[in-house]
Design a protein around this ligand. Sequence first.
Ligand SMILES: [Zn+2]
Length: 349
Amino acid sequence: MEQVPAPPAVTPSIRDVRLLPKAHLHLHFTGSMRPSTLLELADRHGVHLPEALSSGEPPKLRATDERGWFRFQRLYDMARSVLRDEEDIRRLVLEAAEDERADGSGWLEIQVDPTSYAPRLGGLIPALELILGTVQDASKATGVGMRVLVAANRMKHPLDARTLARLAVRYRDQGVVGFGLSNDERRGMARDFDRAFAIAREGGLLAAPHGGELAGPSSVRDCVDDLGAGRVGHGVRAAEDPRLMQRLADRQITCEVCPASNVALGVYEKPEDVPLRALFEAGVPLALGADDPLLFGSRLAEQYRSAREVHGFSDAELAELARQSVRGSCAPKEEKERLLAGIDSWLVS
Ligand SMILES: [Zn+2]
């Protein structure tokens, strides 16, 4: 009897998420550092790093209580302490841009509180000017469009935030596109910072405060109602309130969801608990972000891979996520069109 040859194995075409053009809207300055660079700079400057930062493995974190959050902030501060001079800043920004390019990011909005770097870099204004200059150079060198969000610290006085907002507005034409608010959202009220955000918005900047990460949907509502958020850092816990999701969808307020960060900090127990699907289905515009890859162990493309592998996003849905990241960005129109066209090409490749 003649044997029927077995049909050729069909391998489903899996498109490479690193080749999918996208925008990265949630990345912190120090948190973008390569682990190897942290070790080298610490060595160069004689900074003793704790085991949690020197082991080569992402530290074990948990921020669902104040002590855990405090530990995370302490590690972050230690990592920041290796950035001492212009050369260090230049290296950090260039490597961040190179890593973005490798992950398919065509547009990066990096978030920084220049206050933290001011003491070593000659003051607030020189620090911001240095950062903006290096961002421009790194963008030219890599082809990744880059802009800066100046972020105030929620643990500091609202008057400090106002000073930063004024400074951010002054540098609007030199690369600052937005104003943020970071650190523990369980502390104080968002509306304590309403004047700072009014200054930023009136000065033409996007309001993009953190909210809905450590605290629930009410924190996202506060960001929108009290701070005029056009985008929300995280915002992931809006998923607990269908009416809020509807509002974010209606007003097209993008949530910068950072799945790996959420799991690393214990906001969700497991990757599958991140309510990516619920937010997406509700029509909330999303921009996946890495937050602090130095501490959480994964960069941008990895977030898209987790959407595919953990949440079952098809390639068409991944392309839609990428489109949402581009639409939610502050990129100029022609840059957005170029990236959107690239996303369409990825999908038909
Ligand atoms: Zn963040």
